[in-house]
Design a protein around this ligand. Sequence first.
Ligand code: SER
Length: 889
Amino acid sequence: MQTHEIRDRFTRHFVKSGHTAVPSASLILDDPTLLFVNAGMVPFKPYFLGQQNPPFENSTATSIQKCVRTLDIEEVGITTRHNTFFQMAGNFSFGQYFKEGAIRHAWSLLTSSVDEGGFGLDPELLWVTVFLDDDEAAEIWEKEIGVPKERIQRLGMEDNFWHMGVPGPCGPCSEIYYDRGPEYGIEGGPEADDNRYMEIWNLVFMESIRGESDANGNFEVVGELPKKNIDTGMGVERVACLLQNVENVYETDLLRPVIEAAEDLTGTKYDAGSQQNDVRFRVIADHSRTGMMIILDGVTPSNEGRGYILRRLLRRIVRSARLLGATGETLETFMNTIMDTMTPSFPEIADNRERIIRVAVNEERAFLKTLESGTQRFDVAATAAKEEGAQVLSGEQAFELHDTYGFPIDLTMEMAREAGLEVDMAAFDRAMSEQRNRAKADNRAKKHGAADESLYRDWVDNQPTEFVGYDNLVHDSRVIGLVRDGETVNEAKAGDEVEVILDVTPMYAESGGQTGDRGRIVMGDTVLSINDVQKIGKKLWVHKGVVEAGGLDLGSTVRTEVDEKWRHGARQAHTATHLVHAALREVLGPTAVQAGSLNKPGYLRFDFNYTEQLTDAQLEEITTIANQAVDADFAVNTLETSLEEAKAMGAMALFGENYGNEVRVVEIGGPFSIELCGGTHVAHSSQIGPIAVLGESSVGSGARRIEAYSGMDSFRYFSKEAALASALAQEFKTPSEKLPERIAELADKLKAAEKEIAQLHQQQLLSNTADLVNQAETIGEFAVVTVKLPNGVNAGDLRTIAQDLRGRMVEQAAVIVVASDNGGKVPVAVAVTPAGVDKGIKAGDMIKLIGGYIDGKGGGKPDLAQGSGSNVEGLDDAFRAVKDEIFTK
Ligand code: SER
């Protein structure tokens, strides 16, 4: 049974019994505690906690959620059980059915026949576990379902109590396992062997709330949820293994084709006896899928957070492919293959293929370049090690390759092996662990920040801020919190830097790329100037500022005023960003997806996924379209609607939004621009004033940036440009529209003049060399020239002279040594004619000899060598030594 059919059957089973089918949320949800959605229940958290009413008929839902867990990337592929991406099929009850319902639903889907729409698993091969003291669940399994007592096992906190790893909903659980038979391990049920007995479904009886962890990671249950809920998670890929009768996930219809593609590309075979190679194949398959799915959800490679995870995944694929024998680019093939297998389950891939390939291939190219420079670095280090007679590449060098060139250690080891060297792993591990300790210290520092956030939790949960700033710039507020130096306080005095939490505020907090408002909080003689407003989570506004005069107590009623000018500028910039975005998509097509933005008064910056540099013509077209939209004086309309409705309107930027969310849509000029956006905007596009696009640039792999001014800043920019043009026009005595021509003409002339000077210089330099030939001494069978030329001749010119002389004396066995004093340095060039070389004199040897007298070194070939020293006094002795050496030949 194909994986997408397993998904369909799951959904149909639960929809038939009244569950609402909810599409998978994006892997990226707005939850600061999670890099990626890692369980099916994550998007439903507010309903479990009772913060929101579930918007589902019957208060039950079912979903197949995309999940990513990247804690142990290094472990992937070493066993066949863990994948960084997986699909969790779940059913959820918010206060409706509980243990018995969950157990019955799961059992009937697993064991009813394929003809009846089930998975047709043999009930005799299913085992279950329950939490230690959960007699109720054990009894349901035994009495209601008929699972024999000996196949019901009890496990502890570790296995059968589910929580998110952080404070939140939790509860005991019951897991269903499938016995894969004696070839997979020993008898005795899941408690004896969880490889033979494969976990396929986890039923969580979500009824409690857990608190913070202590230092050992232990926690206490701190409360009960308002209702008893059900959260279940069935591993789609694991069920696919069983139903496709294959040993592990890598053999299923989703991943096997990637392994086959890797075999074709690398010429190496999977499952041919090398565990090391098999791990590499599995890394390729696993990471290709995870990489593809997170690019699909809008992540691009970078050096932090999600982007860094993506970068690591893609680089590990490239590296593994290379170690298996691939020589060229590989990601396009892998991405195409995995997109083919995944599209039946995720049809949205079809519209994003080109973008996904582009992001992946760009990263691959960048990494291949890194590999190239790393390889050069490696070659130098390996040659040096061998020249010193060492058989070991030092741990420090291996670490440098890892740290600076992104060179994975197994690649270094592989290359070292090829070069007949070993890597000093003990020293490498030491360097790595030092680095890890540094990172840990950094993390501790960051955690401190997270601890700070917990300071605000009470307000976040119980007194979220009401934002009234779309319609008001001034509003009365009550001070419900004051924070100074990371601690809550009851009052603030003149001079204090404080954070103020208000019940209601008109001030916009930084989000969606728009900077926070500036403004004041006043009460009688008391004035606080507010210079930043930040949001904690989605709900709490923190106003940061200084008490300029007077004082403020907790509970005071104050007036909160937004700086109108600031807000006006921010609005202009933000609406301008939407226009530039729309213009960009008109010119470049829909694959130019937004990757980030910043709007502050007068300035905007817009990052988007696109790999090629924009041409001047494209930039000009974008500027024109955006300014035409300003000129058209479009009304800017905002409306609140459901995510589904917004999608139907064609709204862009849906990442991070969740099913059932109310979203805010900003529409400008009908279909011209429709975006999900919580920002503040001008009412009519003409209020933006001119938009001056400054240019575009690259911001790392696969992303580009457009920068622009808006409003008066555009005007100032234009007028400065005009002033510059007119100053240049005066300077070059030409009308400004002819400046480019005039400057190009001057540049050409300058180039021609420089060329002429260089030629003259060369002629002058060589005009005296004929004389030098006449100064040659005869030593034995050799003609020898040793001269110190006038001061200031550089190494390049010395070489030209030496070569010229060699040409003139080519009929003889001649040795030419020329040197100079060039500002403290003593460059030397030695040339030997072919007959000279035949008679046993090598330029490289001569340079080494000279180096000993002038405190220098150098090297080269038998016929030409160069060097440089620092002791000009030694030159005469050096010349003498050269002659002695020749004399003895
Ligand atoms: N939340 C549980 C899990 O992740 C069941 O969905 O296993």
